[in-house]
Design a binder for this molecule. Structure first.
Ligand SMILES: Nc1ncnc2c1ncn2[C@@H]1O[C@H](COP(=O)(O)OP(=O)(O)O)[C@@H](O)[C@H]1O
Ligand SMILES: [Mg+2]
Length: 372
């Protein structure tokens, strides 16, 4: 149902089947599944004897900083940003693979920090993480059957026939057909695309409500990426799944997601609709100077349409050393005095599109430092 609809052109660009703007029914979309409130995660690195030996002083890494957003049931949010900006840490916090330093995650209104015992097990069934690297996600010595049966056994599926039926139906769902042919295969006998479909099957076999897909296709050839993303999007719709897609590549998110959030140094700096009326939105109308820079790095099929590359410096500042004022000030081509002095406001710049930026606040008319 999917691979035929997409193909890679010679230029390596992806061609997608047209997405609709309404992935789930309106009533379903109205209810909130996940609410993230001021979520922060710090890592403490270096210091101690080992740090002394390696010459690494004690430091705090501010990996995720006061991140807030809401996901409605059936909605998909894409999280973009350069390597090291905190995407994976955010994803791991949402499925409780990591505990936050501060802030809250409410799943159906319930704070997940206090979950224990059966309630924690139930949450683990409902919130799944799909790993980036199929070669790490699957044990090379396990058959596909064994990799898929494991989560069912952990979650108390007692009847073997039920387990087999669920595994076969899940393989069919991810377009591995006929499913029986894959059961006794080992990872090394499959192609990269097939393997990533097995990883997807593993994260869906318990029929979760929420899926975090961390760079789900970044290890794959361009030619198979779109097929897998389309399968994921179709399945999410079919299953009413709520999804967080993590990718450093904005262009992958515009057709797979309902909304796009851009992260910089642990913060969401822009969030908005992926498309409006079928036309890509955030990627065509980026508001934050950082999003504008990311968009300019997205390859365009026609070189005559090449976007003007904004002048931002290479190299993300370290998340140990975040300047006061706007976190993007050091690289921003539009930096103003206010950006050095005070933290930027959240402004609704366009319908449902928000940016964390002084350009849209009370300092909008102030001169750029480059103009002085
Ligand atoms: N377990 C950890 N210990 C120390 N620092 C970490 C740990 N995990 C992530 N970090 C740091 O947190 C920051 C965000 O990392 P990550 O969430 O993996 O970013 P991304 O997925 O966007 O590349 C990086 O500076 C990374 O080095
Ligand atoms: Mg990552």
């Amino acid at each position: 149902m999917t691979e035929q609809k997409t193909h890679a052109t010679d230029a390596g660009t992806l061609v997608w089947d047209a997405p609709s703007d309404e992935p789930t029914s309106a009533s379903q979309k109205d209810s909130v599944l996940l609410e993230v409130q001021d979520l922060s995660k710090e890592f403490h690195v270096g210091g101690g004897l080992a740090g002394l030996v390696r010459g690494q002083p004690a430091q705090t890494v501010y990996a995720v900083n006061e991140v807030s957003f809401t996901l409605r049931r059936g909605e998909s949010l894409g999280l973009a940003g350069e390597s090291g900006c905190g995407k994976t840490t955010t994803g791991n916090l949402l499925v409780k693979m990591l505990e936050p330093t501060s802030g809250r995650i409410l799943f159906e209104g319930q704070d997940i920090s206090g979950l224990e015992g059966e309630a924690l097990k139930a949450f683990r069934q409902r919130a799944q993480l799909m790993f980036q690297n199929p070669y790490e996600a699957l044990n090379p010595r396990f058959t596909i059957y064994r990799s898929l049966v494991e989560p069912l056994l952990i979650h108390g599926w007692e009847k073997e026939s039920d387990r087999l039926e669920r595994i076969l139906s899940t393989l069919r769902r991810v377009n591995l057909r006929p499913p029986e042919a894959f059961l006794n295969k080992y990872p090394h006998q499959l192609s990269g695309g097939q393997l990533q479909r097995v990883v997807l099957a593993r994260s869906l076999v318990l029929d979760p409500d929420f899926l975090v897909a961390d760079e789900p296709v970044s290890m794959l050839d361009v030619s198979v990426r779109a097929g897998i993303l389309n399968t994921m999007r179709d399945l999410a719709r079919e299953m009413g799944l709520t999804t967080l897609y993590i990718s450093h590549d904005l262009s992958l998110l515009q057709y797979t997601c309902d909304r796009i959030a851009v992260m910089y140094l642990g913060r969401i700096v822009e969030i908005g609709p992926a498309r409006v009326g079928g036309t890509p939105h955030v990627i065509e109308n980026p508001q934050h100077p950082y999003t504008q820079a990311l968009v300019s790095a997205v390859p365009v099929p026609d070189p005559s349409l090449a976007r003007v590359r904004p002048r931002i410096r290479e190299g993300v500042p370290k998340p140990t050393d975040i300047p006061p004022g706007c976190p993007f000030q050091e690289r921003c081509p539009e930096v103003m005095q206010a950006c050095l002095d005070s933290f930027p406001p959240w402004v609704e710049v366009d319908q449902q599109q928000y940016a964390l930026c002084h350009l849209y606040g009370e300092h909008a008319d102030s001169p750029k430092l480059s103009e002085r």
